[in-house]
Design a protein around this ligand. Structure first.
Ligand SMILES: Nc1ncnc2c1ncn2[C@@H]1O[C@H](COP(=O)(O)OP(=O)(O)OP(=O)(O)O)[C@@H](O)[C@H]1O
Ligand SMILES: [Mg+2]
Length: 342
């Protein structure tokens, strides 16, 4: 695995390095002539990382190549990148490239160990009106703050982009404008909306196509944050009944796999929102659980449970994290956006 230079350890840095390597090496890989290299690039496999992490089935389907060729290409990319085990020290070094996006609330940032991580997927789940969409809107702004203020930006001439995949039609740019007033002076407010790409997904297939497009674009564009609000609603609505559960979970699995790859390969932050379903037969604990079953549960690196409290107050709890303790904290949804409780 290639590690990034210490002076530019930012978003997409692994990718830009791999692109340097690619321009020297991708055509030299055994089994890849210029025509195949072009075909791969056109179908979104522009970097050695993207080839080394794809499954054979996916390369056959998306890259329109034979199975034997696909197998050979994947193996060659893995060999070229020395894909295999690394020492824990190297893993730690790579994690140092990870950045954190401030939520705009000090108590929430504390809960998240400094902010929302890049290079991984965070799931915000909870009942309706608990603030999932509001927090997602606010992160569209804070991700654009300069690095030293808790954002991802290092270069105003080539700013960080945010992508919002909106499955429920609840994206409101005017709300983002309202919220961004808090950072007047730190941000060029007129630019904030220009750096947010909004994709309205009308069904689960459309949602998957949009995500695959981002997987491709994130290899060349400086995308720092990808939001999917919400992850499962289309899948849930389209696949009704027990008999369809297996095919639903299969498609969902494929979708989540793409999201995880986008996060890890591009070192960007992926945030998905999720609803909860009631479990009326449950006697102990919280009678609600996020939908999507084990597939979503195992894929999300950090799961955050949001619930209502009095008035504008909300409670966020770390429900599952490989790193953070299971704490909770209170925040507020106000006219200004997500804030600490005043
Ligand atoms: N301009 C505003 N000023 C104050 N509070 C607001 C404002 N806009 C929205 N809210 C509050 O945010 C809450 C809605 O949160 P949000 O839309 O994030 O819910 P959600 O968790 O995404 O719900 P759903 O599951 O229905 O999508 C409501 O309680 C609403 O009062
Ligand atoms: Mg919502």
């Amino acid at each position: 695995m290639i590690s990034s230079p210490p002076d530019d350890n930012g978003v997409n840095s692994t990718v830009s390095e791999s692109q340097v390597l690619k321009s020297k090496d991708i055509g030299d890989l055994p089994g890849i002539g210029p025509a195949t290299a072009k075909k791969l690039q056109d179908s979104g496999f522009g970097t050695l990382e993207s080839l080394a992490t794809v499954s054979i089935g996916e390369l056959v389907a998306v890259g329109n190549l034979g199975e034997a060729t696909s197998r050979k290409i994947i193996q060659a990319a893995r060999d070229a990148l020395d894909f295999g085990f690394t020492t824990a020290e190297e893993v730690l070094e790579r994690r140092r490239n990870m950045l954190k996006i401030t939520t705009g609330s000090a108590s929430l940032d504390d809960l998240f160990g400094g902010g929302i991580e890049t290079g991984s997927m965070t799931e915000l789940y909870g009942e309706y009106r608990t603030g999932k969409t509001q927090l997602a809107h606010q992160l569209c702004i804070t991700a654009q703050l300069p690095r030293e203020m808790g954002g991802l930006n290092t270069d105003d001439k080539n700013p960080i982009k945010v992508v919002y995949i909106d499955t429920e039609g609840t994206f409101r740019p005017e709300r983002i404008l309202d919220m961004s007033k808090r950072w007047e002076g730190d941000l060029d407010i007129k630019q904030v909306l220009k750096n947010i790409m909004h994709g309205r997904a009308y069904n689960s297939d459309h949602q998957m196509v949009l995500t695959e497009k981002i997987a491709k674009d994130s290899q060349t564009e400086k995308i720092g944050l990808l939001i999917v609000d919400s992850l499962i609603s289309h899948f849930r609505a389209e696949y009704v009944g027990r008999g369809t559960l297996a095919s639903r979970q299969q498609k969902l699995n494929q979708h989540i796999h793409t999201l995880l790859k986008v996060a890890e390969v591009g070192n960007l932050s992926v945030i998905v929102t999720n609803q909860v379903h009631s479990k009326p037969d449950m006697f102990f604990g919280d009678p609600t659980a996020p939908v999507g079953g084990n597939i979503v549960a195992h894929a999300s690196h950090t799961r955050v449970y949001l619930r209502k409290s009095k008035g504008e107050r909300r409670i966020a709890r770390i429900a599952d994290s490989p790193l953070l303790p299971e704490n909770e904290t209170v925040f507020a949804i106000t006219g200004d956006g997500i804030t600490d409780v005043g």
